[in-house]
Design a protein around this ligand. Sequence first.
Ligand code: C2O
Ligand code: CU
Ligand code: CU
Length: 551
Amino acid sequence: MDHTRRRVVVGTATAAATATLGLPQSGARAERKEEADAGIDVHIELHAVQEPVALRPGAPTRVWRYRGKLLSGNASALEASDATYLGPIIRVRRGQRVRIDLINELPEPTIVHWHGLHVPDTMDGHPRHAIAPGQRYVYQFTVLNRAGSYWFHPHPHGRTGAQVYFGLAGLFLVSDDEEAALGLPGGRYDIPLVLQDRSFDGNNQFVYLGSSLLGSAADDDLDEPPTMGGGMMGGGMMGRGMMRGGMGSMMARMMGVLGDDILVNGRPSASLSVERRPYRLRVLNASNTRIYKLAWDDGSPLIVIGTDGGLLAAPVRRDYVMLAPAERIDLWVNFARWPGGSELSLQSLAFDGAMNMGGMMMGGGSLPDGAPFQVLALRVEGDSQGSQEAAPPAPLSETASPDPSVAVNSEHPKIFELTMRMMAWGINGQSFEMLEASPYETVKLGTHELWEFRNEATSGMMGMAMPHSMHVHGVQFRVIERSVSGRFARYDERARAGFVDEGWKDTVLVMPGERVRILVRFADYPGLFLYHCHMLEHEDGGMMRNYRVRA
Ligand code: C2O
Ligand code: CU
Ligand code: CU
């Protein structure tokens, strides 16, 4: 591709792209007026850019990242940090009207998805809405979600894994009156922890399936954007890059990419100093494929106050929590529990991870699925006097138990079997099709349905036992039940104690051999939405489908 021309496109395409979207072209002043008219509370410009960032001693790491610019609204709506490649933290209140302009300054198509948010289908960041380099996509929506920790990331066809891996992701935190009334730890005592794993090459560059953002291999790869609107083949096993990196890379492309280093908030070897008082820790697993089994190193229980869709009815205790890609967990912790000067750590404990072909899967990196490692080192500051064991507020929210009998199919849950055929991932045997949703995948606006994800078809095939992290766009759902068939009980049993199925969820871990039944309500917005495995190489490889909400 011609680099000079591309740069010109970036400079001039804004007006054209705006016109394409049917919005009036306007200068800054006219735009502000238009915003006031539309009742916009927060207006952010989000640039997807390529930049170097210093992550390790030596050469800077080339990343793709979001750069935010607050055009109108409260200054607290946007919090950026130069210490990380992660996108700015966007903070809004429930009920606010938000406008976000995505500007694509990457060398390939992209689009942003607001993970967990309940928005119209044209605002959801479906791959059919991906924009070319230099173009702008204007999002406008009202924040209807409960207070909670949502996030945003790219969602272009077949390239979500690569774009997230190279750094594109950010938090979208919603607050509301119910949450504010609780007086939970706030400000610098409310700390997001975004967990990711990455592999670096000798030159400090992220390596994704044998490619980095520097070097000839990477250029080669990135200068050939995937075809837009392509069918099943685009991002699958047979896509480009198959020839590169050999057998290990091929396996990783199919089974999932695991990094050797654990990064917290975009920093390797992360550590944190805390005071002897309560904190709120919002943990997001933004890794491509890795599952975490989180625990304190001294065996202290984790106190969980929230999940994907906000606060639980009341706090729950777990010895450990399983956190699959895209899941969030909100922890309340009183560090007064430990004497001043203590060193402690948040760990990921060993578990029965994915297995395939005699355990040789996952590229053979130094940190296989299910291996134990340290996530975050903490140091408790202050003297060891006067510890007060405060408890989290309870109840936390008005969250009633779900009632599965409200589902229109309460007698016959819809079954979604997670499958692999001809070396391609799928759901009920079908891989992704850009604009298709089958009659089975069509639901009626305003109804509830029971859906059941079954991870049985591929489990046992070629000795494979692969967990999946199932996500439904545009909704928050409730987990109704889990069950497991006999021979996989061992995976389930130990993981089960680490699930937090009590609250509102948008992503749920389905272990090998497991069935997970959920209750979903399809409200407000007709249209075409995605559901898929959030292990990003599975998603890019076809374990994704549309569902249609019919008015
Ligand atoms: Cu975070 Cu389609 O997902
Ligand atoms: Cu999503
Ligand atoms: Cu999967």
